[in-house]
Design a protein around this ligand. Structure first.
Ligand code: ADP
Length: 473
């Protein structure tokens, strides 16, 4: 079996991890670094502006001494972890909180251009070569009376920003690893709840496809997987039963065909080799004819059953008078009844009684039931056929006072080929198909048939039929 689904899921999991890693490696550092620089630059710029308008301004208006301003800026620089400079427009460093030039020495920043931040309020670099490392620089002019006297320049070491950025990146990596491990839970859930049951179901489906319908498997969950497994098991169970039924059916058919054929062959051979003398031929030919009758009946029964399929049976529904159909069926048995001195008594409700059903199939039901009633009745008895209405439903009953059906057989009489032991003596030609045909026809109409029987006293078969809509008459 190919394990593609699992591989796909694991692959998706790995892709998830890989993308997470790529994002954390390439995207997060840039965004965090930019953010930290911007934040820091904003803070420094605000500070620079404040210094330029306070201490530094005082320096140029000679309100505060150089030493005083230098001291205050040094304290601030330590506090802000940065270097603060006051630079003249020419580039001369007036104050530098880290390397304060001696009073008698002029230290100038070569090429100083206050417009170096072009467009933003900060820049990153070595500030005109005055640093041997990268620094973040912000600059605020010191103005009085609309003229610029100098600049407050604050430098922050980029190494600090990089350090913070790296620390945040480490946090991201740790979070990613935790998330990756946590999402393993999803993989485990998928394996337990979907993949393993699915493999069992697939394996079972393969077994069923190979015809092993008795293969058993277990999926305990009560979710869609469990339902799917239960449906599959139910389906295989049904197919298995059908297969068993079919085997039984074929065994029965073969058996029922073989016995008349064996006896026909036996009689014919005996006639041919002279075991049965010519003067007896007529008698035994009669027996042979009887056997062929049985075969014909069996074939017809099988054909009818084959055409009847409860789900697929096509009924030709019409509205007809059931009373009339009963009268006709009873009349067709007149000859048989006379031979056994049996009377058929009709107790019909009303003159006519219209039902909606397949007329020829219902005729067959009545025929089979009446035929059985006569077959299993004792001579000189009465068979009653009744129609009556109960609770707005029409019931037809065929009742005899014959041999009856033993309790243990009642459940089986509807099964194909079933013949009770009691009946075998009375009915040698029986095929055991009559009642299964009856049952299927009634079921196809969506109606019911029942039997009440007492051995030695008789049987009554009762089935229901749907009334025809009253508007039709
Ligand atoms: P068959 O064609 O052999 O009569 P059925 O399917 O019609 O087959 O009947 C099956 C079995 O049910 C019969 O063999 C008999 O044992 C029993 N049976 C059916 N109808 C009656 C009846 N009216 N009285 C007693 N037994 C009956």
């Amino acid at each position: 079996m190919r394990r593609t689904l699992y591989l796909k899921f694991v692959l998706a999991y790995l892709i998830f991890g890989l993308f997470g890693f790529l994002i954390v490696t390439f995207f997060v550092p840039r965004v965090t670094r930019d953010y930290l620089i911007r934040e820091k630059a904003e803070d420094l710029y605000a500070e620079a502006s404040l210094i330029s308008s306070t201490y530094a301004g005082g320096l140029y208006s000679s309100e505060t001494s150089l030493e005083n301003v230098e001291l205050q800026l040094s304290v601030l620089a330590v506090y802000m972890n940065s270097e603060i400079r006051v630079i003249n427009p020419s580039g001369r460093i007036v104050i530098d909180t880290t390397n304060q030039p001696p009073v008698d020495q002029v230290v100038t920043i070569e090429g100083f251009d206050p417009a170096f931040t072009t467009g933003t309020y900060y820049s990153i670099g070595n500030f005109f070569g005055s640093f041997d490392r990268e620094v973040l620089t912000v600059l605020a002019p010191i103005t009085t009376d609309y003229s610029i006297h100098g600049y407050v320049v604050i430098h922050a070491d980029m190494a600090h920003i990089e350090q913070t950025s790296n620390m945040m990146l480490s946090i991201c990596y740790i979070t990613l690893v935790i998330l990756f491990l946590l999402s393993l839970i999803i993989l485990i859930f998928f394996t337990q709840l979907v993949y393993i049951p699915l493999r069992r179901i697939t394996k079972a489906a393969e077994q069923y496809a190979d015809g092993n319908y008795h293969y058993e498997f277990q999926v305990d969950s009560e979710d869609e997987m469990g339902y799917l497994a239960a449906c599959l098991q139910f389906m295989s169970g049904t197919i298995a039963t059908q297969e068993d039924d079919q085997k039984k059916f074929i065994a029965n058919v073969s058996h029922d065909f073989r016995s008349p054929l064996t006896s026909i062959r036996g009689y014919l051979e005996a006639m041919l080799d002279g075991t049965i003398p010519p003067e007896m031929h007529e008698k035994y030919l009669g027996v042979v004819l009887n056997e062929t009758d049985r075969l014909t009946k069996l074939t017809n029964g099988l054909l009818t059953l084959n055409n009847l399929n409860t789900k697929g049976m096509r009924l030709e529904l019409s509205d007809f008078d059931i009373n009339q159909v009963i009268r006709d069926v009873a009349a067709s048995f007149e000859g048989t009844c006379r031979k056994k001195n049996i009377a058929i008594e009709l107790r019909l409700t009303g003159e006519d009684l219209f039902v909606t059903a397949d007329k020829s199939r219902i005729q067959q039901v009545l025929y089979n039931l009446t035929d059985n009633a006569i077959k299993f009745s004792n001579p000189d008895s009465v068979i009653k056929i009744e129609t009556n209405i109960q609770k707005n439903k029409l019931f037809v009953s065929v009742k005899d006072s014959g041999i009856g059906i033993p309790k243990e057989d009642i459940g089986q009489i509807w099964t194909r080929f079933y013949k009770s032991d009691l009946s075998r003596g009375k009915d040698k030609k029986g095929t055991g198909l009559g009642l299964s045909i009856v049952k299927e026809i009634i079921a196809a109409h969506g109606e019911n048939i029942n039997v009440i029987s007492t051995p030695g006293e008789g049987s009554e078969f009762i089935f229901s039929l749907p009334f025809a809509p009253e508007d039709d008459f």
